[in-house]
Design a protein around this ligand. Structure first.
Ligand SMILES: NC(=O)c1ccc[n+]([C@@H]2O[C@H](COP(=O)([O-])OP(=O)(O)OC[C@H]3O[C@@H](n4cnc5c(N)ncnc54)[C@H](OP(=O)(O)O)[C@@H]3O)[C@@H](O)[C@H]2O)c1
Length: 311
């Protein structure tokens, strides 16, 4: 599997990341099997958040690391902070204060049973954010060796620029929802200066900003429609898309998820794809993306089959 360079400080990771948001559905042996299977197939980056299943996902991963001697040193662990949930899991507010960020990372490290994470992302924008507070927290975490690299998630260029007024460490990653179906950041650019629905800019030009500023977009939920409304793969709501996915999949003898993954990675914006399967059979199917070279014609045909228009 290809590795990509994230930022310019020598941080390299596989272009596929295994998202660990759903691993609370597995027992410890299944977690160990999933993550070693992923690693043996070239995936060396694993994504977490302090809030996934109230910390259970990080805890399970930490237990797996403990039972897999030497595995920690082979992989990159990423976690996120900044969302405050109450005990029933409901999001109650966002918090980029020094105290919240530091306490959150300390708790994640404890659950993950590691001294450091390779990257830390601010999970969702906190409009009450004071960049000085974030900078102080990042300096502390960096100087203590607890976090090696920093980034954001679900944030627009203005929010990133605001952070950069104080944060010294490069912000090299932005985790954003992106799939053939949910691709507003792509559709908007294609419909620039049109008056249709797709021309509306929801993210202040994050795709072009990322390319201009050497930030890696980590595409989350590559197979989901809406905000966790289920997978569009084999969904009767998307007959044209599924037919096109199948046609291309058959041509390469791969799965539809492999084609959907290749669609994201065909974009030259230096992205990573963040898959959230907990099933090794599904993961193996996704890995077929490496056999595919999508032509421009196929790429645009998939985009249109998902129901998006070109001017
Ligand atoms: N930054 C953010 O705000 C944010 C938000 C959401 C997620 N994330 C990150 O992104 C990661 C991926 O998100 P996601 O889990 O929604 O992504 P996804 O890979 O699009 O969806 C995975 C889900 O789809 C199911 N699925 C059904 N059929 C499948 C198939 N044929 N192949 C693969 N999966 C299939 C999986 O079930 P099986 O397990 O049975 O395969 C799993 O429940 C998360 O783990 C998390 O790390 C970040």
């Amino acid at each position: 599997m290809k590795s990509i360079e994230i930022g310019t400080n020598g941080f390299k990771a596989s272009e596929l990341i295994l998202g660990c948001m759903r691993i609370n559905n597995l027992n410890i042996d299944e977690v160990k099997h999933l993550i070693t299977y992923a690693y043996n197939d070239g995936i060396d980056m694993f994504d977490h958040s302090d809030i996934y299943a109230g910390g259970i996902c990080e805890e399970l991963f930490g237990r797996a690391l403990e039972e897999l001697p030497g595995f920690r040193d082979k992989i990159k662990i990423q976690t996120k902070c900044g969302i405050a949930r109450n005990s029933s899991g409901k999001i109650v507010y966002f918090d980029f204060s020094y105290d919240h960020i530091v306490a959150s990372v300390e708790a994640s490290l404890k659950r993950l049973k590691t001294d450091y994470v390779d990257s830390l992302l601010l999970h969702r924008p906190d409009t009450l954010m004071e960049p000085e507070e974030v900078a102080k927290a990042f300096d502390y975490l960096y100087e203590k060796g607890m976090v090696k690299n920093f980034g954001v998630s679900n944030q627009n260029p203005g929010q990133i620029e605001l952070l950069k007024t104080c944060v010294k460490q490069p912000l090299t990653m932005n985790q954003m929802q992106l799939s053939i179906v949910e691709c507003g950041m792509i559709a908007q650019g294609l419909n620039t200066n049109m008056t249709n629905k797709l021309s509306f800019m929801h993210d202040a030009g994050v795709l072009e900003y990322s390319r201009l500023n050497n930030m890696t977009i980590q595409a989350w939920s590559p197979f989901q429609k809406g905000f966790f409304e289920g997978s569009f793969i084999d969904d009767p709501q998307y007959p044209e898309l599924n037919a096109k996915l199948e046609e291309i999949a058959n041509r390469y003898s791969v799965s539809k998820t492999a084609v959907a993954t290749a669609w994201i990675l065909r974009h030259p914006a230096k992205m990573q794809v963040l898959v959230g399967t907990t099933n090794v059979r599904h993961l193996n199917e996704i890995l077929g993306y490496q056999k595919i070279e999508l032509s421009r014609e196929d790429w645009y045909a998939l985009y249109c089959a998902a129901g998006h228009t070109l001017p």
